[in-house]
Design a protein around this ligand. Sequence first.
Ligand code: PEP
Ligand code: MN
Length: 348
Amino acid sequence: MILPKSNRLTSLQLAEITAIVTEFGCKIQPIIGAVRTIYAIVGDERDELMINRLEGLDYIERIDRIQSPFKLMDKRSDLASHRIKMGGVTLGEELLVIAGACTIDPKNPNYFYETAAAVKEAGAHVLRGGVWKPRTNPYTFQGDVKSMDILMEASRRTGLPVDTEVMEEAHVKLALDAGVHSLQIGARNALNYSLLRAVGRAIAERDVAVLLKRGMHMGPISEFISAAEYIVAFGNPNIILCPRGTAPTLDGYRNHPDESITPLLKEKTWAPVVVDPSHSVGKALYVPACALAAVAYGADGLCIEAHVDPSHGIGDDPKQALLPELLAETIAQCKQLWAMRRGSLAGK
Ligand code: PEP
Ligand code: MN
């Protein structure tokens, strides 16, 4: 829908916009109001170049698009009936819990093995563990490929599928060759389109999922969903959206908790939403409340950092990992709330 700055276009202006949309196989239908006339674009209006050319005209106020730019991720797409299964859970039918250490310590693998057993015991369905770490400070531990063996050994010992972050194409190959079940794309790479494409291409023929975090500086919701579209466009629709807090605006929380985004995402896309309360608030003390809030807002799952001995953990674990006991309690409460939402609120 084209909204001009004036109440109606001159015949020359109308001829100019008609010529532009005709190049892209569309037509213009004026909608004449008492005061103002607006101009509907009839046809496939998703071509970015057509929109850019119209927006570039100095007599145009704005263009409102009716069709979404993400055709596969759109709620109205044929993929809307796709269900993702992980760790024995069908997303949408049961609350999915991904839990484990932020960072695997390659020098002390037992912490990870014990954490893996403990998160399973606490009720998690998928084990997370960072092999490679995106660190703000270039002098801190950046991860170690040796941790991949520890991650896979923990998966064998517990029988849990595993999720780990990939930051470059070489990581994607190493992780898939090792047998990782879910690739995480972190907040810092959420808009790294060449990585998104590489991941999409690599998983196209595999039974692997992607947990796409929301970028720390991510803008409108369509930007998040469009990032997911990059991956799904290669043919594997196992994509999970993961809000994890955006740039901090409160003194106290590590990031600005964004679990309230879930209902808005669900209005636009079919993709399941698994919220990460750990990075949202950044302190173990606040994580359970954030997890509950996420479920209240309609999350399909949670991704929570946990550790058997956080003070001896590395990466984020000393500050934000939950002890297994608190993880178990949080999972139990979140499951109750999830059931309550399903029973009394779902569909309303
Ligand atoms: C993580 O999951 O440990 C992590 C670094 O996440 P994010 O990309 O959300 O910061
Ligand atoms: Mn972390």
